[in-house]
Design a protein around this ligand. Structure first.
Ligand SMILES: O=C(O)CCC(=O)C(=O)O
Ligand SMILES: [Fe+2]
Length: 318
């Protein structure tokens, strides 16, 4: 008997949101309920800005190892600046991930009430254009994220602006990721199986193969192959918890390349969209039913939840 053809994560157009907000919300919601993932084209982030960001990212990771390590703050939870190769480990994994990364956070005015929970950015002196490009890209991700959250709110039958206060001055992080070439005898994988911590993740760069999701329908790994320039969007654990698992946070990983691509680096840019630190993650009443009783009777702030999870993935030592 032949297997049925593997399911594919559908590609949606964010341009449809303005034309048909309910239709877009339904398509996004259905894709999330089925896969925990969606592919979103026409996301509105300008191509030239993205191209500049790739150029800055490559130049950054090409800096000498000592120079990059000068931007590493041990004990800082990797929240800002550089985190070296082989530092992060997926929850419950045995071997560290084969990646290095840089985190850009939100710029807050001095004296802001979230100053204690959201560290100031670290900016490298080289490459020169880094700071303005990533300030712009952070804003562009914020705008795309707001549109997606508004569609999610519609899908959940909440007011379209329901998430606005939750994410205002939120603790989102833009991660620039470099997976170096892989020697044939490498131990471990580029990114071990994990779930994201935040509300939703907006990812650029998954055209270079490797990203796979664990399909809940059959327990198999499914490759994600976005068209050129499209964004991969997935549900994180905070949104899963808020929605009592109506929107599931799906396990995913980045596998090592086949021999002919081993000599190439892979770069990606996930924007982890977080709520404000004092946002209370409290199960949405409409998602609690007789068949799906409240899985999280005790609410938790986004800040406390994040802290617990960063300990688990080795970025904060207890
Ligand atoms: O690099 C990718 O394609 C995915 C990265 C990822 O899942 C993560 O950093 O959480
Ligand atoms: Fe992830």
């Amino acid at each position: 008997m032949l297997d049925s053809p593997a399911a594919q994560v559908p590609t949606l157009s964010l341009a449809d949101q303005a034309r048909d907000p309910d239709g877009f919300a339904a398509a996004l919601g259905n894709s999330f309920e089925r896969f925990g993932f969606a592919i979103v084209a026409d996301h509105g982030i300008p191509t030239d800005l993205i191209d500049q960001a790739w150029a800055e990212t490559k130049a950054l990771f090409e800096l000498p190892e000592d120079e990059k390590r000068g931007y590493f703050a041990p004990g800082g939870g990797g929240a800002r600046g550089y985190t070296p190769f082989k530092t992060e480990i997926a929850k419950d994994a045995k071997v560290v991930d084969l990646k290095e990364f840089w985190h850009v956070g939100r710029e807050l005015p001095a004296g802001h009430r979230y100053e204690a929970q959201m560290s100031p950015n670290v900016w490298p002196t080289r490459p020169e254009g880094f700071k303005p490009v990533f300030l712009d890209l952070f804003k562009a991700f914020d705008t795309a994220g707001d549109k997606l959250l508004s569609a999610i709110a519609r899908h959940l039958k909440l007011a379209p602006d329901w998430f606005d206060p939750a994410v205002k001055d939120g603790n989102s992080v833009l991660r620039l990721l470099h997976y170096p070439p892989i020697p044939a005898d490498a131990e471990g994988v580029r990114a071990g199986a994990h779930e994201d911590i935040n509300l939703i993740t907006l990812l650029l760069g998954a055209e270079e193969a490797g990203l796979e999701l664990l399909d809940r329908a059959n327990g198999r790994w499914l490759s994600i192959k976005p068209p050129e320039g499209a964004m991969v969007v997935n549900v994180g654990d905070m949104l899963q918890r808020l929605t009592n698992h109506v929107l599931p946070s799906t396990t995913h990983r980045v596998v090592n390349p086949p021999p002919e691509r081993r000599g190439h680096s892979r770069y990606s840019m996930p924007f982890f969209l977080h709520p404000a630190p004092d946002f209370l993650i409290q199960t949405l009443p409409a998602t609690i039913t007789a068949e799906n009783p409240n899985r999280y009777p005790t609410p938790i702030t986004a800040h406390d939840y994040l802290y617990e999870r960063l300990v688990e993935i080795g970025l904060i030592k207890k």
